[in-house]
Design a protein. Structure first.
Lengths: 270, 515, 194
């Protein structure tokens, strides 16, 4: 009649109630204060008394629900669905969104202290991840066919994901590359751009020339390049742009560039 | 050609290769992306185990340096460049042992073992469990880096504005770590309750699964209170001069959270020790304990006595707390379930004459050591609440903490040996794990002893237990204990690393044979 | 893609989400209780030392009572949504969801009014700080409950016919009822017994 889970949590409820009463009376409670939640008389130390009662309440709530669920025993769950046998828990496909949500939370936490923009970006990432996560969870159980579920999920989300993530990726690449190129001197910027372009060209040529090479290697190289670009962009953004000296004349504006960490006397955009 | 016939000269690798091929259904192919996307509860559990062992090394080094600061060789402030820095490390050592090492280590082991024990194909909410791991990892990095950058849980000697910001990050990191651990705990508890197979009622689950279920209840009932403390402190700390709770220039922040590391809440780490010990002893003896409901009751009673948070002495004067009968009763009663389990398992072990190989089995030695050290910790805890002994505000507090930490770490080593094939698909070196048990036990014993004796002889209460009344012997014992403890951690980390290498070799063998 | 031609999804364990929600609800309640007991203890300390907690007349009971009424009504609409999900009654389900969302928004709006009405600054004192901590945490919990309830209800109502997803709505309902309990505590502790 009374299930094991009920006994555990109801036992905790009883113990916490008794503990709260004894604690209340032994820390300054008087009259019927601890018995009447402080309605008549003092309850003693509020922290201990209050928390022990809260623990009792939570234990009672869990025990009542558990006994109504019959401890969520397998046969009870089967009966709930009018099934002869208990269903096995269904397969959950791999998903990147939980990790993405975690990084979003991490960014939001950092942003609370470092900068509001980081906080907002982190929060946006959390919201986006939770939406994707919800869709993934729905798609996992849409039909009994895993491939069809994946196709269904992509049909709903791809029209949103491709433009949004494409725009985000382009934006990140443009911003990160521009921060790097604006941080180094003019000559270095040209060199960096030239070398990186040559590397991309060489990489693409190799990929075409040897189509059988490991996809894993290509992915790793792509991930390393993306991370490098992102890290370089962040570091360059933190370091700031090089100094721009503007020389105004009557017929044209002329800029001279100088890579220096010291602010120049001219107008500084950095 | 079967795997065991594959051309490998190493029998350990061959057996691991067999284990790899027979691992759980639904386990995914190892890829670089796997830790980021996996929905396999076992893989998530392994991630928890691996990373928490790395944090264990870190915590052990910090602990040894803090102990060095207590020694007479140097002034405490000299070890970490200033009294504030010493206080930061002193607190970081304690927080990281609980939140970055022991709780996630136990959780990780349980995520691998418990679903199999209850007949579930996977963990409940595996995506939430994956988010829990990454949130825990990110939170722990934020917490540790911010402490190293001048943050922490308060200070002793004034702070700069940057240090105040770093403290805010420390608090947020701590909160994130706790929330993440709660998510993982929830996932585990839901597995035991709702995903059991048709043959297993809740009372029939093995002792470890039961102890983890009960521990989950304790964690879910206690850790949220720490989050409440953090919210109050953070709200006061940020943006303006603190009014009451977030005074960064004082140790007040730590004093609002230290209840988590003192009895009764400190015992929340130790609840699974009882389950691990019961299972290890039964496995070595080859018999099941005759009265499983007795084990369940013992674990349940110990768990009740481990629920903390109501005993926060920052808001309640320690004197009032001591006068409260409940605090004293909890302190004294905690001895009983541990003693009962020691007695029950002792009787089970002596029903038949023990064979020599049973006596020297790492699991048997480890289980006995874990229970005895935990028993000693609860006895010290009982002494601490006896008012005439005047130990409540002394370093005896940390004797209890070190006793519990030692017992839990030994139990974790036992679990890694006992369930090595589930955890690592390879066996953990018995020699290295045995050495780990002995070193951690010896080191922890010295820490408990030095803290307890200094608690008796010290006349002044000291938040960091710096004053040891000039006893060179105690200070040296404490330092030696810390170093020995660290060596014990290093031994099990080495053993696990070796097991992982064997597993990787097995996977390579498997791939070669498949090709 | 014609999903009707595909195999039906395998049945899942109906209680898993509800049990998870139950445990999370218990933990959230304990966290909230941790805040409230600090509030009560500090107020008791202030009274014992002869200090004023809130300035006389600064915290009105009227809006707080309205919020209590609103949330009690929302408990009914939440259960209405659970029942609608159980019977796969989409029209009633969506009406119940909309009314619950309206009630939730009304409570948040009323809190906005209370904040404007009291005009406390968070650094005015311990009372004001804890007032914002307790009520702000409650609003955060309420928002989480609204999000959870909306997602589970829409999933249940939009799901394939014959799939029992009412238990997920029930899981969200358990959390919602706990939120109302938490507000009852706020109502009594912060607004009535000020």
């Amino acid at each position: 009649m009374f299930t094991t889970g009920f006994k555990l949590f109801f036992g905790l409820f009883g113990a916490f109630v008794v503990a709260a009463l004894i604690y209340g009376y032994s820390t300054g409670g008087d009259s019927v204060g601890p018995l009447s939640l402080g309605w008549k008389g003092a309850v003693g130390d509020h922290i201990g008394y209050g928390l022990l009662l809260a623990l009792a309440t939570a234990s009672l709530m869990i025990s009542v629900v558990l006994v109504s669920y019959r401890d969520a025993d397998a046969d009870a769950q089967a009966r709930l669905q009018n099934l002869a046998e208990v269903p096995t828990d269904s397969t959950v496909t791999a998903s990147f969104w939980p990790v993405s949500a975690s990084f979003g939370v991490g960014a939001a936490v950092l942003g609370l202290v470092l900068h509001p923009l980081v906080f907002i970006l982190g929060l946006a990432l959390v919201v986006l991840s939770l939406i994707e996560w919800t869709i993934d969870a729905w798609a996992d159980r849409a039909t009994g066919d895993t491939e069809a579920n994946r196709a269904l999920r992509n049909r709903i989300m791809a029209p949103l994901e491709i433009p949004i993530f494409g725009a985000l990726a382009i934006g990140v690449v443009v911003i990160a590359a521009s921060r790097i190129l604006l941080n180094v001197s003019q000559l270095q910027a040209v060199t960096v751009a030239g070398v990186v372009s040559a590397l991309i060209l060489a990489g693409a040529w190799l990929y075409v020339a040897r189509p059988g090479q490991s996809r894993r290697l290509v992915r790793v190289l792509g991930a390393v390049a993306a991370l490098g670009l992102l890290l370089g962009g962040v570091l360059a953004a933190v370091a700031g742009e090089r100094d721009f000296e503007h020389h105004h004349s009557d017929d044209h504006n002329e800029e001279s560039y100088e890579s220096s960490s010291e602010p120049s006397e001219g107008e500084n955009f950095g | 050609m079967t795997l065991t016939e594959s051309a490998t000269a190493d029998p350990q690798v061959a057996s691991a290769a067999t284990a790899v091929t027979t691992s759980t259904p639904g386990s995914e192919t190892q890829t670089l992306a796997q830790p980021f996307v996996t929905s396999d509860g076992s893989a998530i559990g392994r991630l928890f185990v691996m990373v928490s062992l790395l944090w264990a090394m870190f915590a052990a080094v910090i602990g040894a340096l803090v102990a060095f600061g207590r020694s007479d060789a140097v002034e405490p402030a000299e070890v970490f460049a200033g009294l504030n820095a010493y206080f930061r490390m002193w607190t970081l050592y304690r927080v990281s042992l609980m939140l970055l090492v022991l709780l996630p280590l136990l959780l990780g082991v349980a995520m691998v073992v418990v679903p199999r024990q209850v007949g579930a194909a996977n963990l409940a909410f595996p995506r939430a469990a994956l988010a829990a791991f990454w949130s825990w990892l990110i939170g722990s990095v934020i917490m540790v880096v911010s402490v190293l950058a001048g943050g922490g849980w308060g200070a002793l000697d004034g702070v700069t504005r940057n240090e105040g910001d770093a403290m805010a990050l420390t608090l947020l990191g701590t909160g994130l770590v706790i929330v993440a651990l709660l998510m993982g705990t929830l996932s585990l508890a839901a597995t035991v309750i709702a995903l059991r197979d048709a043959e297993t009622s809740l009372l029939d689950v093995p002792p470890f699964a039961w102890s983890m279920l009960v521990a989950s209840a304790v964690w879910l009932f206690t850790l949220p209170i720490a989050i409440a403390n953090i919210v109050v402190v953070y709200a006061d700390l940020r943006g303006r001069a603190a009014i009451a709770f977030g005074r960064a220039e004082s140790p007040d922040i730590w004093l609002q959270l230290d209840w988590l590391f003192e009895q009764p809440a400190v015992y929340l780490m130790a609840v699974p020790v009882l389950g691990i010990a019961a299972e290890a002893v039964s496995a070595v003896l080859g018999t099941r304990f005759g009265r499983p409901e007795a084990i369940a009751a013992i674990v349940g009673i110990f768990a009740l006595l481990a629920v903390g948070g109501w005993s926060q002495d920052y808001f309640t004067a320690p004197q009032d707390l001591r006068d409260g009968l409940v605090y004293v009763a909890f302190g004294l009663a905690a001895v009983v379930p541990v003693a009962a389990l020691i007695g029950a398992l002792g009787m089970q072990a002596t029903q038949n004459p023990l064979k020599p190989q049973q006596l020297i089995d790492t699991r048997m030695i480890g289980a006995a050591a874990a229970l005895l050290v935990l028993g000693a910790a609860t006895v010290v805890g009982a002494l601490r609440v006896i008012e005439p002994l005047d130990l409540l505000e002394s370093s005896a507090t940390w004797a209890v903490f070190h006793g519990v930490v030692t017992a839990v770490f030994i139990a974790a080593v036992v679990s890694m040996v006992h369930w090595s094939s589930e955890l690592f698909d390879a066996s953990v070196s018995k020699r290295a794990s045995g050495a780990s048990v002995l070193l951690v036990g010896a080191g922890g014993g010295l820490l408990v002893l030095s803290d307890l004796v200094s608690g008796f002889i010290s006349e002044e209460s000291d938040i960091m237990a710096l004053a040891l009344d000039g006893s060179v012997l105690l200070n040296v014992l404490n330092f030696v204990g810390s170093v020995t403890f660290a060596l014990g951690i290093a031994a099990i980390v080495a053993a696990v690393a070796q097991a992982m290498r064997v597993r990787e070799a097995a996977e390579a063998t498997l791939q070669a044979s498949t090709a | 893609m014609r999903t009707t031609a595909l195999p039906a999804p395998v049945a899942t364990r109906p209680r898993t989400v509800a049990v998870g929600s139950l445990l999370a609800t218990g933990a959230a309640f304990i966290a909230f209780a941790g805040l409230v007991v600090i509030y009560v203890q500090q107020r008791q300390h202030a009274r014992a030392t002869g200090q004023e907690w809130f300035p006389e007349g600064s915290v009105e009971l009227g809006p707080a009572g309205m919020m209590m009424m609103t949330l009690v009504l929302s408990m009914v609409t939440v259960q209405w949504a659970v029942q609608a999900a159980r019977t796969e009654d989409r029209p009633h389900g969506f009406i119940a969801l909309a009314v619950t969302l309206l009630f939730g928004a009304a409570v948040i709006n009323q809190f906005w009014f209370v904040y404007a009405d009291t005009a406390f600054a968070i650094d005015d004192g311990v009372a004001q700080l804890l007032f914002y901590v307790v009520t702000g945490s409650f609003i955060a919990m309420l928002l989480a409950g609204l999000a959870m309830f909306t997602v589970t209800t829409i999933r249940a109502l939009m799901g394939s016919p014959g799939r029992d997803l009412a238990h997920t709505v029930q899981a969200a309902a358990i959390y919602w009822h706990m939120c109302v309990l938490c507000y009852f505590i706020v109502w009594y502790v912060v607004f009535i017994n000020k």
